[in-house]
Design a protein around this ligand. Structure first.
Ligand SMILES: Cc1cc2nc3c(=O)[nH]c(=O)nc-3n(C[C@H](O)[C@H](O)[C@H](O)COP(=O)(O)O)c2cc1C
Length: 177
């Protein structure tokens, strides 16, 4: 059976460029099934310890956790909001961490981020690079993809250096699966 790659765009935007980048990158991985996760499909309340104490773990968080559990690997691209995770991603991450602290199950992961800016989402990427390894994150490769709208046009990477870099990461993920 083919390995299952779960893609996550760390954003709640309907037109998320991070979702686009995660799905594009995972689409380059040979011989795998893709499960394209959209955070908008999970009706998660804002995490609160009081909610958890009163009602237990939210059912939507359990549903999300089952998809994470089914993954053989991940391609995640994080949106950067004020230098950090988007609220939607952080909320999902917090709920997931209450089910299993090893959120990412030591499964191989490509960790990306992008934004319209020249640094891409380097700040949020740095946050995740320092945190995910404590949460079962097995990060095979990472890239902050800069100036998304200049470098990704009509569904394709138009900057040859970036294309090469991303392809190298994909090969590393294929080897790790
Ligand atoms: C509240 C907010 C804060 C933002 N902060 C940053 C930032 O710190 N760095 C950055 O490069 N872009 C920032 N942006 C622009 C986002 O990178 C841009 O909206 C991008 O499309 C987000 O990714 P998404 O399309 O996957 O949601 C911010 C956008 C919003 C709405």
């Amino acid at each position: 059976m083919n390995k299952n790659i779960v893609t996550i765009g760390g954003s709640s935007s309907k037109t998320s460029i991070n979702k686009v980048l995660a799905e594009y990158t995972a689409g380059l991985v040979k011989g795998v099934e893709l499960t394209k996760l959209d955070l908008n499909n999970f009706n998660l309340p804002l995490f609160s310890i009081d909610l958890e104490n009163e009602f237990g773990i939210n059912d939507e968080a359990k549903k999300l956790n089952e998809i994470i559990e089914s993954a053989d690997g991940f391609v995640i691209s994080l949106a950067e909001h004020n230098g950090a995770y988007s609220t939607a991603f952080k909320n999902a991450f917090d709920w997931l961490s209450r089910i299993n602290g090893k959120v990412w199950r030591d499964k191989p992961m490509l960790l990306l981020s992008t934004s319209p800016g020249e640094r891409g989402g380097q700040s949020v990427l740095d946050i995740a690079l320092s945190r995910f390894p404590y949460m079962g994150g097995n990060i095979i490769g990472n890239l902050s993809f800069p100036s998304f709208y200049d470098n990704f046009v009509e569904g394709e990477i138009v900057n040859s250096d970036l294309k090469l870099e991303l392809n190298k990461l994909v090969v590393e993920l294929e080897k790790a699966l």
